[in-house]
Design a binder for this molecule. Sequence first.
Ligand SMILES: Cc1cc2nc3c(=O)[nH]c(=O)nc-3n(C[C@H](O)[C@H](O)[C@H](O)COP(=O)(O)O)c2cc1C
Length: 315
Amino acid sequence: MQQNNRITSLFNIQYPLIQAGMIWASGWKLASGVSNEGGLGIIGAGSMYPEVLREHIQKCKKATQKPFAVNVPMLYPDLDKIMQIIIEEKVPIVFTSAGNPKTWTPILKENGIQVVHVVSSVKFALKAQEAGVDAVVAEGFEAGGHNGREETTTFTLIPMVAKEIEIPLIAAGGIATGKAMLAAMVLGADAVQIGTRFVASHEASSHLKFKQEVVKAKEGATQLTLKELAPVRLIKNKFFEDVQKLYQKGTTPEELKELLGRARAKKGMFEGDLEEGELEIGQIAGLIDKIQPAAEIVKEIITEFEAAKQEVAVL
Ligand SMILES: Cc1cc2nc3c(=O)[nH]c(=O)nc-3n(C[C@H](O)[C@H](O)[C@H](O)COP(=O)(O)O)c2cc1C
């Protein structure tokens, strides 16, 4: 592994490999499992009530001596409480997403916390840099979960963002192997953030049925939808088809909101309702063929990354 990597030095971790913060998937077990193996584990606060988050942070601190982070989607209703807990519990690193980085970055940094913001375009990467974040995650159209409207793929987004910003860059979207990690780093990323592959881990808190659905998914199994509300990449299950039917007849954001209702994501990903629930996952699910321990995933990716470097050296 290369020395003096900007991300490994920034976070004080062994490998430039970050396990993404994910609602209904990344609790303390997954985050500490990845951090213990030398990557950076992230607790996804987006599906947690404030006191549940506190519990996850405290358990994570007991389960690992290594750095870990919390991801906070900033459209959260209890945002003030969430940030207060993060500060009180002395979480070393925060990944913010879905909001304006100007609001919280200065406050978190005053409290000695490193801040990373997730973006999906060059424009937002520059805004995040201006807001004073320590690094950005640039997430391509392939990624699981909520996404940008521009439909820029990881392969095109990374070199464009790398060209414009000074601060360290983390690539996300469609990366699940050591070869993809190397490709992203060749394109200008300092590290990678991986979501979908870690959903298919024993430690992910998602329902087993959802994990099995991820393993079953083939190329073309997902699509970005609900652009009028918040664009999200989903497995094409019954709920997705219901959304499509509304589009076909000509729909309004209000009607879409009503169909989406509350707790669709929980129903699908946490409770395992594969018909009626929302199943957020990335395009790269088509490549994933088993559920594994998180530590094994980290080891496999790093081993393949190192081997791929040797392979390309002879090209
Ligand atoms: C099930 C699931 C839930 C997610 N939840 C969040 C979230 O709460 N906050 C966030 O910033 N990103 C979320 N994401 C996006 C990931 O953090 C990550 O950037 C993305 O998964 C990377 O692309 P990949 O899935 O192709 O690896 C989620 C992704 C998935 C698959």
